[in-house]
Design a protein around this ligand. Structure first.
Ligand code: ADE
Length: 243
């Protein structure tokens, strides 16, 4: 996958894209990343990229003509052009999965009060928010999106299919995990995990995922793919709480 970012702060991406899994993905040739500086497309000797809004009011607006030039330079084909903004559809595992199947993404990072509305009409094909809060710009949101998407590209995570076992992949949160040592300050590990009974371990993990989702994010259960046994377990949890 090739990801191009259009930003006023290309250096912000250097650390995130040069460490850990993002670096491995690049090194393995699974992710081709580049950041373009929007100012290079200002067409102005002062490298101006923003202006005050028509009709008055505070703040500065990123200029549509400048951003269009930057997008056109990045876009020889029909790659999706995604604006990061608090007004977009919210990034979820399902959105990340769909994006991970694209060959190319162009990410446009807004700043200031926003972008000239005509950019949306002329060049933006998708608009994504990483949550209901406002950042000072789209760069951190673009990094979150890149990380969430790149780890789902086949071959990026070590274990094949590891991304399919994540919290949210099947609509549930993951249950608890344990590793050595067997005892930490008096706290031990559930016996089932050391029993060697694979079917029992799988059943316990499923029930713990259901319990955690029910306790922390019950609204997710409405959309999760649940078996009859799952529903019976959830009914038992609800009955136990009512007692
Ligand atoms: N830019 C500013 N706030 C944002 C958000 N919540 N998500 C994506 N881009 C943003």
């Amino acid at each position: 996958m090739k990801i191009e970012v259009l930003t006023l702060f290309p250096d912000m991406f250097a650390g995130v894209m040069s460490e850990g899994m993002m670096w491995k993905a690049r090194e393995r040739g699974l992710l081709d990343f580049s950041a373009r500086d929007i100012r290079d497309y200002s067409g102005d000797k002062h490298r101006k990229v923003d202006d005050s809004p028509y009709g008055g009011g505070g703040g500065m607006i990123l200029k549509a003509d400048v951003l269009l030039r930057a997008i056109e330079a990045a876009k020889p084909d029909d790659a999706p052009v995604i604006l990061l903004s608090p007004q977009g559809r919210v990034l979820t595992h399902q959105v990340a999965e769909a994006l991970s199947r694209q060959a190319r993404l162009i990410l446009v990072c807004g700043r200031y009060e926003g972008v000239d509305e005509r950019l949306r009409e002329l060049a933006i094909t998708d608009e994504i928010s990483i949550g209901d809060y406002v950042l000072t710009g789209g760069e951190l949101a673009a990094m979150v999106l890149i990380d969430a998407v790149a780890r789902l590209i086949p071959g990026v995570l070590g274990a094949e299919g590891a991304g399919q076992r994540d919290s949210h992949a099947d609509g549930l949160l993951e249950g608890p995990h344990y590793t050595r040592p067997p005892e930490v300050r008096g706290l031990t590990v559930p016996d089932v995990l050391t029993s060697g009974h694979h079917a029992e371990v799988a059943r316990w993990r499923r029930q713990e995922a259901l319990k955690r989702t029910w306790q922390r994010r019950p609204e997710l259960l409405k959309r999760a793919d649940l078996s009859e046994a799952d529903r019976e377990y959830l009914a038992r949890l609800a009955a136990a709480e009512a007692d």
